[in-house]
Design a protein around this ligand. Structure first.
Ligand SMILES: CC(C)(COP(=O)(O)OP(=O)(O)OC[C@H]1O[C@@H](n2cnc3c(N)ncnc32)[C@H](O)[C@@H]1OP(=O)(O)O)[C@@H](O)C(=O)NCCC(=O)NCCS
Length: 286
């Protein structure tokens, strides 16, 4: 096994799935002097390892402001610590790699969205570096105790939040293999936090989408796995962001209308509608 405390920079960046164009800047973050703010963030991540506390506080003070760059520096430097924690839980190396690769994926998406090195989604990545989320095959699973009611889930019960990273198609087979893998993975590596139920909160579960896209599409079949609950909530920008990777709601008429999804997303907005976040749950396979 690799002694994690002595992990070379290039190996750490391999674990993080950092693409060539982002490697130099990541290398500079890891090899320069530790900034006091990044030190603060690393202490925050250490304290959260394995904890159920999902909150990401504003750590900065006027004397030590904490910026996006500080969070990135802290996360890159935190690779040995999170790998050691995974190893203590006997988590297979391949799962560690797939899970940490969300970092490189989000750097690449940031480049596409903003045209520069950075990560506007760094707060989401704290889930990776506090050992709360794992990628198992096609999907990611966040082990947590829900703060809002989920049908059939008792107070204090652990559940899995299902997340869908951008990583190619969402075939029925890849989803079903992933759900089976998740059941086994959490029973094996988190026996003290048994899980029965997975939930999903996503624009992919907006009931309007299921009604307006081919029922045999991957997206429709994925949504159909979940029993809807609660009332969908307006999140007008999510569908635009995940389909077109823009956060702007201006000049939507200039976006491409090549795929069925692009057309559905734009037509609804053009007709005055708003995209929503839908909620659903499923019982995990045994
Ligand atoms: C969810 C996702 C993996 C589904 O991809 P998929 O398996 O290819 O989807 P489907 O096969 O069901 O596609 C149905 C139609 O939508 C199109 N489509 C799917 N995702 C698309 C996307 N992100 N952008 C543009 N078009 C897309 C397909 O091309 C297809 O249209 P066509 O029949 O005209 O070719 C993909 O949309 C994606 O990567 N999204 C970003 C991540 C995300 O949304 N996560 C959830 C966050 S809450």
């Amino acid at each position: 096994m690799i002694p994690h405390t002595a992990l070379r920079t290039d190996l750490a960046l391999d674990y993080l799935g950092v693409a060539d164009e982002d490697r130099q800047q990541c290398q500079a973050l890891i090899e320069g002097p530790v900034s006091p703010a990044a030190q603060l963030v690393q202490e925050y991540l250490s304290a959260r390892l394995g904890s159920s506390d999902a909150s990401v506080p504003e750590l900065g003070t006027p004397e030590v402001p904490v910026t996006e760059r500080d969070w990135l520096e802290a996360m890159v430097r935190f690779v040995p610590a999170i790998l050691t924690w995974h190893a203590e839980k006997d988590i297979p190396d391949a799962v560690s790699r797939d899970t940490l690769a969300d970092f490189g994926r989000n750097l690449a998406i940031n480049r596409r969205v903003h045209g520069r090195f950075g990560m506007d989604t760094y707060k989401w990545l704290t889930n990776v570096f506090s050992g709360r989320i794992f990628q198992l095959g096609r999907l990611q699973y966040l082990i947590h105790q829900p703060t809002a009611a989920v049908p059939g889930v008792s107070d204090g019960e652990w559940i899995l939040g299902v997340h869908i990273p951008e990583d190619g198609g969402l075939s029925q087979q890849s989803v079903s293999e992933s759900l089976t893998a998740a059941s086994k993975f959490f029973a094996t590596h988190f026996p003290a936090q048994p899980v029965r139920i997975a939930n999903c909160e996503s624009w992919l579960l907006d009931p309007y989408l299921a009604a307006h896209i081919d029922e045999w599409s991957n997206i429709s079949r994925f949504a159909a796995l979940f029993t809807p609950y609660g009332t969908p909530r307006d999140e007008p920008t999510d569908a635009v962001y995940f389909t077109f990777r823009t956060r702007s709601m201006e000049n939507l008429d200039q976006l491409p209308r090549t795929t069925a999804l692009q057309k559905v997303v734009l037509d609804r907005i053009a007709a005055g509608g708003a995209w929503q976040l839908g909620f659903g749950y499923l019982v995990l396979p045994h």
